[in-house]
Design a protein around this ligand. Structure first.
Ligand code: KE4
Length: 428
C-alpha cells in the first residue's frame, strides 16, 4: 500500500477536528471528488502542497491575490505595520487612508464602513437598506452568492450550489420568505417582481457580473433596467463587488458599465489576502449607520491596521503598474490559449471571460443564468480538473466557481497551461 501523502494524513486528522475537514466548504473537493491537498506555501502565480508538488494557481485565494501570492509590497507593509501593533480597537490613520482611497476610486461611494469579510459587507448593506427604507422585502438573483448571510442563502451560488444547499438549513422560513428571487438576465421577471410588490422592496442585491455559478455576463440593458426600477420604487440598489471590485477596473465593474448603485459591497482585493470587507455608498443612506443613525453594525477587528496596510499596499501597486491594463492583456493571452486548446481537442465547450475572471463551462449551450450554467457536464469538468491538477495546474474545484488571473501569471505559465489543458481536454 502506498504511503499516504502528507496531505492525505492531514486531511484525515482535519476531518476528525473540523466539519468536512475544511474551514470553508468549497475547499473540500466535494464538487470534483477526491481529497483536497494541503498547501505549504505560495508565491506569485504558484503554490506548493505539503508534499512538495508545484501548481500554477488560478484560484488566487478566491480573488485577493491580484498581484499574485504574497507580493513583496504586501509582505513589507505587513511587517512594517506590525512593528507598531497588530490591532487597536481604536481609530487609526490607516482607516482614514483606506476610506479616502475607496471614496476616491469608486465614484458611487461617498461614505464607507470597513468590516472583516465580504459576508459582513453584504449582511450590513441589507440591514442598512431595510433600516433606511423601513421595508422588509429584498430581491436577489438565483445562483448569485453574497456570503453566508441568512437572508441571502436563498437560491444561493458558490459552495451552497456545489453542495446542494442553495436554500440552507437553519434559515427560518419566515425570514427566507422575505427574500424574493429572480433569474439573472430575465428582464420580464424583474419587471414582474416589482409590479407584484410596488414600493415594498427595500433592496435589490446583485453580483453585477455573476461569478458564483461559474461566470456569465449581464445582457445589454439588464443593469439599466434594474437601476431604473430601483429608482422608480425607492429601492436601494446594492452592487456586490466583493469579487469584481478593484479587479475589473480601478473603480470596479460599476466603472465599466456606467451604472451607479446606491450601496456597494467590497472585499477580497482590498485586504491584500488579509481579512477585510467594506460597504459604502450614498451619504444619506450611510448616515443611518450607528453611531450616526439607528442601524447598528460593529466589529472588533473592523479597520484592522495589518489588513488595511496589506490592502492599501496592494491597491497602490495596482495603480502604480496600471495593473488593470496588464490584467486585460494577460486575460486575452490566456483566453487565446484556452480557445486553441478547445479547437485542438474538438470540444465546443463554452469559455467566458471578463478581464482577469473566467470560467470554462462543459456545455456547448450559451450560459446566461443559473439554469443554463447547470446544463454543464459536471462529471467531465471533474475529470478535467483532476487531469490538470495532476499535471500541476490548479483550477477552482467546482464548475460553479470563477477562475482568477493575476499580474504574476507569465507567458511561460500560460504556455505551459495551454499544453496541459489541451492534454486534459483530449483525454476526456
Ligand atoms: P467572504 O465572506 O467569503 O469574504 O465573502 C463572501 C462573498 C460575497 N460576495 C461575493 C460576490 C463573493 O464571491 C463572496 C465569496 N466568494 C467565495 C468564492 N465564490 C469565497 C470562497 C469560499 O466561500 O470559500
Amino acid at each position: 500500500m502506498d504511503t499516504p501523502s502528507r496531505s492525505s494524513a492531514l486531511f484525515a486528522e482535519a476531518c476528525r477536528l473540523i466539519p468536512g475537514g475544511v474551514n470553508s466548504p468549497v475547499r473540500a473537493f466535494r464538487g470534483v471528488g477526491g481529497e483536497p491537498f494541503f498547501v505549504d506555501r505560495a508565491r506569485g502565480a504558484h503554490i506548493w502542497d505539503v508534499d512538495g508538488k508545484q501548481y500554477v494557481d488560478f484560484v488566487g485565494t478566491w480573488g485577493p491575490a491580484i498581484l499574485g501570492h504574497a507580493p513583496q509590497v504586501v509582505r513589507d507593509a505587513i511587517a512594517r505595520t506590525a512593528e507598531r501593533g497588530v490591532s487597536f480597537g481604536i481609530p487609526n490613520p490607516l482607516e482614514v487612508e483606506m476610506a479616502r482611497t475607496i471614496v476616491d476610486w469608486v465614484p458611487s461611494v461617498q461614505k464607507v464602513r470597513m468590516v472583516s469579510s465580504g459576508t459582513e459587507a453584504t449582511m450590513s448593506s441589507i440591514r442598512l437598506a431595510r433600516g433606511f427604507t423601513g421595508r422588509d422585502k429584498i430581491v436577489k438573483f438565483e445562483g448569485c452568492y453574497h456570503g453566508h448571510v441568512d437572508s441571502l442563502l436563498v437560491k444561493a451560488g458558490s459552495g451552497a450550489l456545489t453542495h446542494g444547499s442553495p436554500d440552507s438549513a437553519g434559515v427560518p422560513a419566515a425570514l427566507a420568505a422575505l427574500t424574493l428571487t429572480v433569474p439573472f438576465n430575465d428582464m420580464d421577471a424583474l419587471r414582474a417582481v416589482f409590479a407584484a410588490h410596488p414600493r415594498e422592496i427595500a433592496a435589490v442585491i446583485v453580483e453585477p457580473v455573476p461569478a458564483n455559478a461559474g461566470l456569465y455576463l449581464p445582457r445589454p440593458g439588464f443593469h439599466e433596467l434594474l437601476r431604473a426600477l430601483c429608482t422608480e420604487n425607492g429601492t436601494v440598489l446594492i452592487f456586490d463587488e466583493v469579487m469584481t471590485g478593484f479587479r475589473l477596473a480601478k473603480g470596479g465593474y460599476q466603472e465599466v458599465c456606467g451604472i451607479t448603485p446606491d450601496l456597494t459591497a467590497l472585499g477580497k482585493v482590498i485586504g491584500g489576502g488579509l481579512p477585510v470587507g467594506a460597504f459604502g455608498g450614498r451619504a444619506d443612506i450611510m448616515s443611518w449607520l450607528s453611531p450616526e443613525g439607528p442601524v447598528y453594525q460593529a466589529g472588533t477587528l473592523s479597520g484592522n491596521p495589518l489588513a488595511l496596510a496589506a490592502g492599501l499596499a496592494q491597491l497602490r501597486e495596482m495603480e502604480r503598474l496600471d495593473g488593470w491594463r496588464q490584467l486585460e492583456e494577460i486575460g486575452a493571452a490566456f483566453e487565446a490559449g484556452v480557445r486553441r486548446a478547445l479547437k485542438a481537442s474538438g470540444k465546443d465547450y463554452n469559455f467566458r471571460r471578463i478581464g482577469s475572471m473566467f470560467c470554462l463551462y462543459f456545455t456547448s449551450a450559451e450560459v446566461h443564468d443559473l439554469a443554463s450554467a447547470q446544463s454543464s457536464d459536471k462529471a467531465s469538468f471533474a475529470r478535467f480538473f483532476h487531469a490538470c491538477r495532476e499535471r500541476g495546474v490548479y483550477f477552482a474545484p467546482s464548475q460553479f466557481e470563477a477562475g482568477f488571473l493575476s499580474l504574476a501569471h507569465t507567458e511561460v505559465d500560460l504556455g505551459e497551461v495551454e499544453k496541459i489543458t489541451s492534454e486534459a481536454l483530449l483525454g476526456l
